[in-house]
Design a protein around this ligand. Sequence first.
Ligand SMILES: Cc1cc2nc3c(=O)[nH]c(=O)nc-3n(C[C@H](O)[C@H](O)[C@H](O)COP(=O)(O)O)c2cc1C
Length: 239
Amino acid sequence: MLRGVHTLLTSIWVVRRKKVCSVAAGSALLRDEELVKRILDAVVNAVPVPVTLKIRTGWDKQNKNAVTIAQLAEQAGIAALTVHGRTRACKFEGHAEHETVTLIKQTVNIPVIANGDITSPEIARQVLQDTGADAIMIGRAARGNPWLFQQIAHLLATGTTLPPPKSDSVKSVLLQHLEELYRFYGDLTAVRIARKHIAWYLAQAFKQPNTCLALINQAETPAEQIGRVLYAFDSLTNL
Ligand SMILES: Cc1cc2nc3c(=O)[nH]c(=O)nc-3n(C[C@H](O)[C@H](O)[C@H](O)COP(=O)(O)O)c2cc1C
């Protein structure tokens, strides 16, 4: 498995999402190809592990330079490249495009991973077919839905679709996820972090607005939170 050091181009993104443009980090760096080259060379030469890179398609729609950056990445010794099919200026608006990945695949030989708005097994298969990408990366669609990966693998392997998970499976995985959150973050922080995850899992299980969420969000302890989650599953399953 590639043990990627997610380079400055992406890792600063999380911590300083609002600041990446003012400090020329994150996707803002795409504007300065020479600096990208220097950073990639420096990182690849500084560490003994494979370095992977994740980029957007360019600065804005008029300045899509992902193909050039991909070439620089390959020359620098980057082990694999992920491309989110939006420009920096697109933020998260509109739909991701994957034509840029097709172009990159025709230009470089390192593994290329397509990313952006891949939300179902069918879309995953289409993107892989259309682009020739070596893999796909999924972000938001996996929130509360870890079953998505298995569903994609199944479609790719068999051409048939797996049924959605039963609410009992969703409940059991959610409870396990909650226990891990409490263990990792400690009760106080975990209860707060867990709220968004609970909402995503419930949306996955019930495909409808959840009237129990307000009550769940007021829980202050793991025991309260779990009790209210169980109540939500019981009451919604018995509708
Ligand atoms: C909560 C969250 C955290 C993210 N963190 C990072 C990150 O650390 N580095 C990065 O390059 N992209 C990050 N992204 C962007 C995603 O990796 C991905 O490129 C984007 O969400 C588009 O893919 P999707 O449509 O599958 O979500 C993050 C996105 C979300 C929603």
